[in-house]
Design a protein around this ligand. Structure first.
Ligand SMILES: Cc1ncc(C[n+]2csc(CCOP(=O)(O)OP(=O)(O)O)c2C)c(N)n1
Length: 667
């Protein structure tokens, strides 16, 4: 009689209830990525493919995990997880075309190797920054939890990547929210050339689970059956009882970080020790020893896979290099949304800026059942500006979510929610704190549609601006960081009416929108605002006053400073309130510039590198013949924003506007 535990080579396999057929299927599954990689090594040496992140020696993890999941469950792999892609049965020629940057890949040649996702196969590709994957998984899992569909989301990360803040934030959020996520950490000894001992100071990454109040397990990552058995059971348990689990897979990276870079820094003995634990060879030996895999069947399986690889490689190599046009590339930065105008009703209420935003958000929550709002202190407390006061009673804790203080992870989660069919609005407590979530804004949200035609249906609400004596970290107006980044829309209203209508459009728009709300305006500006839901199109500036002599282009609180300046000094000026900065209403800008010939661009932010500079350049390039004077820019002085009122007054550009008007009219 065969023993239940069979030691072959260095790995003990326990076949449990696996049928011979299941065991052979797992063999085919682990053999495929190994044979693809062996082929790739040859092609790399021949200079036929570009650099490569090898998963040789780690295949049992990706293959074991992917086989334990349901095809309709999302998985978020890393750069060493070829086995995820092959186990999900992605046609190999598409995989090869992706690696060659060709059209039949998944990113239209726009992103490389494993940086791709596909809704069809429920795979979400990584961005280079590693850690953000973890937070995205949380968002997807939150979506599943809200749908109550009993699915588990699985995400991968290397042991090096666990040093990133994203790891800590993601585990914390997942634990607090009981999200059904399997966090799979591949503990493979090195992060590029840095050994784990220089990366973190604990014996096992799994030990960190306790700090997050999270169940965790250590799994032999080279033992295909152990991976598959344990992950199958845990996945099923998580489906039934949603919660996150931290899984540490012990393994080793047998080749260089990337194929071309080698691994001379790894002591030879370590490589030798791990070589005997090779997951493919050990499993192969086990199957042979069990009498399940004959020599003939083994040859047949390998021949079949090699034939498939070669045929698909031929197809991919035969495909022409991708070409595109400037128009095509530009048209794929944002998801195309048909703007559906909802006209304002005749009934109005006199509302403060802050109330208009609150009402707009409230009506958006009524209209879109798949809209979730998240932010610090936004539930029972109603947010620090009380914009979401009462929301939690009306919409419940599922849709109005207090978040831990972790901007990065929450923005990543918002993206995950979008991937899973939700809309979200994230309230940054102060727009200044977006810096703690900068990476997911500019790299995940902004680049998503261009990379894989996956939109990011996310609005980031940004209470911002000076004039309230709040010092360097509660007063910035940082729109220029985002108007610079293709893929983001930037909205900056100055009036309650615009704020309500533009917020509705921001929620309707399926692209990422940064929605700036000037705190100085919250309780100082009132206006009659339509009571019902309505929208205002993006990219349409408002001409607030008419003039033939001078144009002042501005937005946000500066609109009010400009209006006061011309009123108090009886100046004729055409004031243009941009309302949205991306898209920018260049038509209205050029029309006015051509009419008056004198233009001042007035912004609250420090001058250098702000949007005023770009608007000035655009006017010079497009309206030069019509100008009677150089375009002048007016902005704050180039310092951080000081706290004391007198210093803040010095900082802000309010008084400088009149000087600029005097200067420009003298030409
Ligand atoms: C934020 C960030 N910093 C640095 C890098 C460069 N980098 C890419 S992979 C890598 C090592 C990752 O190690 P680990 O997470 O252990 O995964 P492994 O490569 O071992 O699978 C580094 C430093 C990066 N991609 N992103």
């Amino acid at each position: 009689m065969r023993s239940k535990n069979k030691a072959v080579g260095a790995i003990v396999f326990n076949r449990e209830k696996y049928s011979n057929k299941q065991l052979i299927n797992l063999y085919k599954s682990i053999m495929k990525p190994r044979l693809i990689e062996e082929k790739m090594l040859i092609l790399l040496r021949q200079g036929k493919i570009s650099k490569w992140f090898s998963g040789i020696g780690q295949e049992a993890i990706a293959v074991g995990v992917a086989n334990a999941l349901k095809q309709e469950e999302y998985v978020l792999p890393m750069h060493r997880n070829l086995g995820i892609f092959t186990t999900r049965n992605i046609p190999l020629h598409r995989l090869f075309a992706q690696w060659q940057g060709k059209k039949s890949g998944f990113t239209k040649g726009r992103d490389r190797s494993f940086h791709f996702g596909t809704q069809k196969y429920k795979i979400v590709g990584m961005i280079s920054h590693l850690g953000p994957q973890l937070g995205v998984a949380n968002g997807i899992a939150l979506g599943d939890k809200l749908k109550q569909n009993k699915k588990v989301t699985t995400v991968f990360c290397g042991d090096g990547g666990t040093s990133e803040g994203d790891f800590h934030e993601a585990l914390n959020v997942a634990s607090v929210w009981d999200l059904p996520v399997l966090f799979c950490i591949e503990s493979n000894g090195y992060g590029l050339s840095t050994p784990s001992i220089e990366q973190f100071k604990c014996k096992n990454i799994a030990d960190k689970g306790i700090g997050y109040g999270m169940e965790s397990h250590i799994i032999d990552g080279n033992n295909l059956l152990e991976v598959h058995t344990k992950v199958s059971a845990l996945a099923q348990s998580v489906r039934e009882n949603p919660r996150p689990i931290l899984l540490e897979f012990k393994t080793f990276r047998m080749r260089g970080h990337e194929e071309a870079s080698g691994n001379k820094y790894v002591p030879h003995q370590i490589l030798e020790d791990w070589a005997v634990k090779d997951p493919v060879e050990n499993y192969h030996a086990f199957l042979k020893d069990e009498g399940i895999l004959s020599e003939k069947l083994d040859v047949l399986i390998k021949e079949e896979i090699i034939l498939e690889i070669n045929e698909h490689l031929k197809t991919a190599f035969a495909e022409d290099p991708i070409t595109s046009t400037v128009e095509k590339e530009l048209s794929d930065v944002y998801k195309h949304v048909n703007y559906m105008e909802v006209k304002p009703s005749k009934n109005t209420k006199n509302l403060r800026f802050v109330d208009a935003i609150s009402e707009g958000l409230n009506q958006a929550m009524e209209k879109f059942e798949n809209l979730v709002i998240m932010g610090q202190d936004i539930a029972e407390y109603g947010g620090v500006f009380k914009i979401t006061e009462g929301f939690v009673n009306k919409y419940g804790k599922d849709r109005v979510r207090n978040t831990p203080i972790c901007e990065s992870s929450i923005i990543e989660s918002a993206y995950g929610l979008s991937i899973n069919g939700f809309k979200s609005v994230v309230e940054l407590q102060f727009g200044d704190f977006i810096t703690s979530g900068f990476n997911p804004v500019v790299n995940l949200l902004a680049k998503s549609y261009y990379r894989w035609n996956q939109n990011a249906n996310v609005v980031l609400r940004m209470p911002c601006g000076a004039g309230v004596g709040a010092g360097p970290f509660h007063s910035q107006t940082n729109e220029a960081w985002f108007t610079k980044t293709p893929g983001l829309k930037v909205v900056y209203p100055a009036f309650p009416y615009d704020a309500k209508g533009l917020l509705a459009t921001a929620v309707e728009d399926e692209n990422p929108v940064l929605f700036f709300e000037h705190k100085l305006l919250y309780r100082s500006i009132k206006q009659d605002v339509p009571t019902d839901y309505y929208t205002i199109p993006f990219g349409k500036a408002a001409v607030l006053t008419k003039s033939e002599q001078l144009t002042i282009i501005t937005y946000g609180a500066a609109v009010h400073w400009a209006l006061d300046t011309i009123k108090n000094n009886a100046i004729s000026a055409e004031i243009i309130d941009l309302r949205t900065l991306q898209p920018l209403d260049t038509n209205t800008i050029y029309k006015s510039a051509k009419k008056t010939g004198r233009v001042i661009v007035f912004q609250e932010d420090t001058l250098f590198g702000g949007i005023a500079s770009d608007i000035s350049a655009l006017i010079t390039e497009n309206c030069f013949e019509y100008l009677d004077a150089p375009v002048l820019r007016v902005g704050s002085i180039e310092t951080p924003i000081p706290f004391s009122k007198n210093l803040e007054n010095n900082y802000l550009p309010i008084k400088k506007l009149l000087q600029a008007i005097t200067k420009i009219t003298a030409y």
